[in-house]
Design a protein around this ligand. Structure first.
Ligand SMILES: NC(=O)c1ccc[n+]([C@@H]2O[C@H](COP(=O)([O-])OP(=O)(O)OC[C@H]3O[C@@H](n4cnc5c(N)ncnc54)[C@H](OP(=O)(O)O)[C@@H]3O)[C@@H](O)[C@H]2O)c1
Length: 298
C-alpha cells in the first residue's frame, strides 16, 4: 500500500474504502467487521462515511458492529465523515437541501459521533456547498468542532475553487482535502480548476465513484461503449481487468488523487490496490480521456 500525507499529522492509505453501499451490499455485523479487517490486511486504513448513507444507518452499523465490538480498531483506522445534506423528511422538509449553518453542522457532528461510537473523526468534510451559506459562519462551526476535538481535521467535498477559497479565508486551519468525482466517466474536475487549485494549495484530493458508479461495466450509452473498447484493449495488454485500468487512470495524476472504492466485495477492492502497480503511459491515459470525451485533445 502507498500512503498520502494530508498534513504533518494525517496520513491516509492511497486507497480508501467507501461505506456508502454498506446496506446494499447486505453487510450484517460479521460481514462488515470481516470487510474492515480484510481492508486492513491490504493496507487500507481509511474508511469514508456520511450521515446520508442509508440515512444514518451506514454510520450506525459501523459504530455498533465494528467499533463498539472491536474498540481496539479505532486507533488503527482513520474515519472520514461529512455533514451538510438534509434528506427529505429529516426535519419535516419535502425537499432535499444543503445546510452549512453553524447550528446544523454542530448537531450533525454530534449525531455522527454518536452513531459511529467514537469521540472523534479524523476528517470532517462539508459534503456539498450550501448555496445559502455564509462561509464565515461555516468556518466558525468547523473551528468549534476542531477545538472540541470532535474532528481532528476539516475539509470539503464537491467544492469548486472559489467556494474553497471563500471558506478557507475565514478558517484558522487548512482545509486538508476536497473529495470530488473523478473517473474515466467523469473527467470535468480536471478542466474546471479544481485539480489545479488543489495542486496550488497542496490540498489532498479524494475521488468518489472512481469506477463511474459501476456504469462502465455494462452501460449501453455511447460513452460507456467507447470506454469499454479502449479499456479492454489496455487491460489485455497489461493482462489485467478493466477496473484495474480505471483505478490506474485516477491514480496516474501527479496530484496523488485517492480513489474511494464503492464495492464491498474484497476481491474487487483488491483490484484497486493492484492498480497502484499499474503506471499507464501518456498514450494510454490520453486514449482513455479521448474515449471518455468522444474526441482527441486538439
Ligand atoms: N462526496 C460525495 O459526494 C460522494 C458521492 C458518491 C460517493 N461517495 C463516496 O465514494 C464511494 C465510492 O462511490 P461508488 O460506490 O459510486 O464507487 P464506484 O467504485 O464508482 O462504483 C461502485 C459500483 O461499481 C460496481 N463494481 C465495482 N467493481 C466492479 C467489477 N469488477 N465488476 C462489476 N461491477 C463492479 C460495484 O458493484 P458491487 O457493489 O456489486 O461490487 C458498485 O455497484 C462511496 O462509498 C462513498 O464513500 C462520495
Amino acid at each position: 500500500m502507498k500512503y498520502t500525507s494530508l498534513n504533518e499529522n494525517l496520513k491516509f492509505s492511497r486507497i480508501i474504502a467507501g461505506c456508502m453501499r454498506t446496506l446494499d451490499a447486505g453487510m450484517d455485523g460479521n460481514k462488515l467487521r470481516n470487510f474492515v479487517h480484510n481492508c486492513m490486511d491490504m493496507g487500507i486504513d481509511t474508511f469514508d462515511h456520511a450521515p446520508v448513507y442509508g440515512a444514518g444507518r451506514c454510520e450506525k452499523i459501523f459504530g455498533d458492529e465494528v467499533l463498539r465490538k472491536d474498540p481496539e480498531l479505532r486507533s488503527k483506522i482513520k474515519i472520514v465523515t461529512k455533514a451538510g445534506i438534509i434528506l427529505p423528511g429529516q426535519k419535516g422538509n419535502k425537499h432535499i437541501f444543503y445546510d452549512s449553518t453553524k447550528s446544523n453542522l454542530l448537531a450533525e457532528m454530534d449525531a455522527s459521533l454518536n452513531r459511529l461510537g467514537t469521540d472523534h473523526v479524523d476528517l470532517l468534510l462539508i459534503h456539498r456547498p450550501d448555496v445559502l451559506s455564509n462561509p464565515e459562519e461555516t468556518a466558525e462551526a468547523l473551528t468549534e468542532i476542531v477545538k472540541a476535538g470532535k474532528a481532528l481535521n476539516v475539509g470539503v467535498s464537491n467544492y469548486e475553487p472559489a467556494q474553497f477559497e471563500a471558506l478557507q479565508k475565514y478558517l484558522p486551519y487548512k482545509l486538508v482535502a476536497n473529495q470530488m468525482e473523478f473517473s474515466v466517466k467523469a473527467t470535468y474536475n480536471f478542466f474546471n480548476g479544481v485539480v489545479d487549485n488543489a495542486q496550488m494549495n497542496k490540498t489532498a484530493l479524494m475521488a468518489w465513484s472512481p469506477l463511474g458508479g459501476g456504469s462502465v461495466f455494462k452501460g449501453e450509452d455511447e460513452q460507456s461503449v467507447r470506454l469499454r473498447t479502449v479499456l479492454e484493449t489496455i487491460a489485455k495488454e497489461h493482462q489485467t481487468d478493466i477496473d484495474v485500468v480505471m483505478y490506474a487512470f485516477v491514480l496516474k495524476h501527479p496530484a496523488e488523487i485517492m480513489p474511494i472504492t464503492g464495492t464491498m466485495n474484497v476481491g474487487r477492492v483488491k483490484n484497486a490496490v493492484d492498480a497502484l502497480e499499474l503506471d499507464l503511459t501518456y498514450d494510454e491515459w490520453y486514449a482513455i480521456l479521448a474515449a471518455s470525451r468522444g474526441f482527441d485533445v486538439p
